[in-house]
Design a protein around this ligand. Structure first.
Ligand code: SAM
Length: 242
């Protein structure tokens, strides 16, 4: 009787251990929880966007033809890999340079979240969508550390000249990782920051160069898949959430 009890207990232990191992093996590779004590890597980088005259001023700046990403806007959108019906988050959408064009490409069965931390910019995106009769644009007031979107709610995240404005990149990219559904894509465009080549303005405004950005984004769990050679002063990267 005693022997039978010991044998059952032993089998029970083995089963629990085996189940524990299976659970550990099957668990998706979710990155560690947000780094709550991360300090701002670029304090005040977004402060000017909150000035009273910011909407007028930055509509002209962000939509101006002097920007390489404005000059190549259509090719940039073509290279994203959009498919009708996709759910896309335009992260740091600004005044909506790309938001409405992405919305028209994903069609009525698709959806675009225009995410930004500046309420006045979101108003402009809302107006642009209305003027273009687009019903598939939702503006979202994001936060400095998190996307404010639901987990696994997005097929593709698009970040155009936004990464260098993210003050808490480790925490934010972990949040963005969770926002994407497994297998989802992150398209990241940002300024080339090469000493001796980039302008003094870029060298002082943009915190990190491409290799540092790739390392930081990979640290959050993303895998670099490819690079689109399209722009001279910006790089264009495609990452995947495994
Ligand atoms: C240089 S602008 C680029 C805007 C737009 N992507 C474009 O190319 O025209 C950077 C944008 O990132 C936004 N931003 C900064 N931190 C953010 C955050 N944590 N979440 C969402 N947007 C953010 C800023 O408010 C600003 O609109």
């Amino acid at each position: 009787m005693k022997l039978h009890w010991i044998r059952s207990a032993w089998i029970g232990c083995i089963t629990i251990l085996a189940l524990g191992c299976a659970a550990a093996t099957n668990r998706p590779t979710v990155p560690p929880p947000s780094v709550v004590d991360e300090s701002s890597v670029r304090p005040g980088v977004n402060a000017l966007y909150f000035q009273p005259d910011a909407l007028e001023k930055y509509t002209a700046v962000l939509e101006g033809e002097h920007r390489e990403v404005v000059q190549h806007r259509d090719e940039i959108i073509d290279a994203i890999g959009l498919v009708e019906g996709m759910v896309v988050a335009d992260i740091g959408a600004g005044t909506g340079l790309s938001t409405t064009e992405i919305a028209s490409r994903v069609g009525g069965d698709g959806l675009v979240f225009g995410v930004d931390i500046v309420p006045a910019f979101l108003d402009r995106i809302r107006e642009r969508a209305k003027a273009e009769l687009l019903t598939n644009v939702t503006v979202v007031l994001g936060e400095e550390r998190v996307t404010a979107l639901e987990d696994a709610s997005v097929d593709l995240a698009f970040m155009c000249d936004t990464y260098h404005h993210i003050e808490y990149p480790q925490t934010y990219m972990h949040s963005l990782f969770r926002t994407l559904r497994p297998g989802g894509t992150l398209v990241l465009i940002d300024f080339e920051r090469i000493e001796g080549e980039a302008s003094p303005a870029i060298l002082s405004h943009v915190r990190a160069g491409k290799q540092t950005v790739i390392a930081e984004v990979s640290q959050a769990g993303f895998v670099l898949e490819s690079e689109t050679e399209l722009l001279e002063h910006n790089y264009y990267l495609h990452f995947r959430r495994p």
